[in-house]
Design a protein around this ligand. Structure first.
Ligand code: SUG
Length: 440
């Protein structure tokens, strides 16, 4: 049986804006109040998906969520018609309105954690949507994310869906952004790395240890094949609000900054014991500082195993944001990594600047799902891309999206109607029925 990694990218929604909602995420804070370009954001995202497909890789997507989230506004005490609620929220609680408008479901690395079937005791693919309890605007995503994942992976013979973890911040879970899998090939049993944090001096840790443990338990992973690692507070306080800002795992390779983990020697020893094939490639701080990592998103790269017919067996490519190319120290380190004897042999720089300005790089924009051919055939094909489907999504974006959006525009009820009309058109395009809360 052949297994492939599918990257499910978030299709960026029509309300993409810069509201400065994420404490500890430096890009989000720096760009608060700036004017965004939702149209360009979505097209940049689709161009990245196309670039991965051009490498011969499998590509899927998760649809955006319905924003503004009217049901949340109602739950917060706003009443009357939808238009009236927007007006009242704009007048009395503009910050709540901004939270209900966030297009943050685009960062599907935070949609949930996935365990592929070769690793689970029951031989099924397990999904746990992230509760994203650390930030209000993100916590709104969990329920719809759960619905999306069940919609795409509906066949119970192959897929198991757990609910988001209970308990809010006590079990704060940010999904695959703090999770990696090492394996000799996608279809062989893997070793799961779960990275959690403890609050730093400046910034709070979003991923809790007991949340990581609960997800591993629910996914029926072998404790001999799981490693729980504490993130370093230095990295957290430098702005690594998710571990995928300072490291990425793929296949046999763990590619990371030397200051990622609280106790790197102990973590590497356990990784090497459980995954003897692991190759750890570290960036030393004297070549690339944490600050450089966080500005350039060097480690928020997609590390992709190229298919056998498009590269030597086991060869890997790094798909990086153009910010990494623009930083001379980071670019030099990438070139040095390519030149060294390791599986990383190719680099592709893509412009995802609209997402980067909210702290989301290439790896944030994708959820990895390893599927056998049979499992892939059981998934909803509307969400697995080919050139024709990408082109249709581009037309949809060009028809419905604005090319300028400022936080003040969110106050206009006409923008709500415009955004929800776009979502109505998308559900028709993807044959989703009355899917979103505003349609029910
Ligand atoms: O959760 N930014 C997101 C970025 C998520 C990046 N994901 C990964 N590292 N995997 C966040 O902080 C900013 C929204 C705003 O400020 O308008 C935001 O939600």
């Amino acid at each position: 049986m052949t297994y492939n990694e599918y990257n499910f990218d978030g299709l960026i929604g029509p309300t993409h804006n810069y509201a400065g909602l994420s404490f500890g995420n430096i890009a989000s804070a720096t760009n608060a109040g700036a004017t965004s370009n939702p149209r360009e954001a979505a097209l940049q995202g689709l161009a990245k998906m196309r670039a991965a497909m051009a490498l011969g890789l499998k590509q899927g997507f998760l649809p955006p969520q319905d924003r503004p989230h009217i049901r949340t506004l109602r739950a917060l005490g706003f009443a009357g018609t939808d238009r009236r609620m927007i007006e009242r929220a704009a007048e009395t609680a503009p910050e709540l309105l901004a939270n209900c408008y966030a297009a943050s479901s685009m960062w599907t690395a935070n949609a949930g954690t996935v365990a592929p079937s070769p690793d689970t005791e029951d031989g099924k693919v397990h999904f746990t949507p992230a509760n994203l309890a650390a930030n209000f605007h993100r916590s709104i995503e969990a329920e719809t994310t759960a619905r999306v994942l069940r919609h795409i992976f509906s066949n119970e013979d192959y897929f198991v869906h757990h609910p988001p973890l209970p308990g809010g911040e006590h079990f704060g879970d940010e999904g695959a952004a703090n999770h990696g899998r090492l394996c000799e090939s996608h279809g062989e049993g893997g070793v799961h790395l779960f990275v959690y944090g403890k609050d730093g001096d400046k910034f709070p840790a979003r991923q809790k240890q007991r949340a990581s443990e609960a997800v591993a338990r629910g996914h029926l992973l072998d404790p001999e094949k799981t490693v729980f690692i504490e993130q370093s507070k230095t990295a957290l306080d430098a702005g690594a609000f998710h571990n995928d800002v300072v490291g990425v795992a793929n296949g046999t390779v763990l590619f990371l900054h030397e200051q990622s983990f609280a106790d790197p020697a102990a973590a590497y020893a356990e990784i090497r014991k459980k995954a003897p094939f692991a190759e750890i490639i570290e960036a030393p701080a004297d070549k690339v500082s944490l600050e450089d990592c966080i500005k350039s998103y060097l480690f928020n790269s997609q590390l992709l195993t190229l298919p056998a017919d498009n590269g030597a067996e086991g060869e890997m490519a790094l798909l990086l944001p153009t910010e990494s190319e623009d930083n001379p120290r980071v670019k030099a380190f990438v070139e040095e990594t390519l030149a060294r004897n390791n599986p990383i042999n190719r680099v592709i720089y893509k412009n995802v600047r609209e997402s980067m300005r909210n702290g989301g790089g290439p790896a944030c924009l994708r959820l990895r799902v390893v599927l056998s051919e049979r499992e892939a055939a059981a998934a909803n094909s509307h969400f697995i891309l080919d050139e024709k489907k990408i082109a249709k999504l581009e037309v949809w974006v060009k028809t419905h999206y604005r090319d300028r959006l400022s936080p003040a525009d969110l106050k206009d009820p006409a923008f709500m109607e415009e955004s929800l009309a776009a979502m109505d058109a998308l559900t028709a395009l993807l044959n989703m029925g009355a899917f979103y809360d505003f349609q029910r």
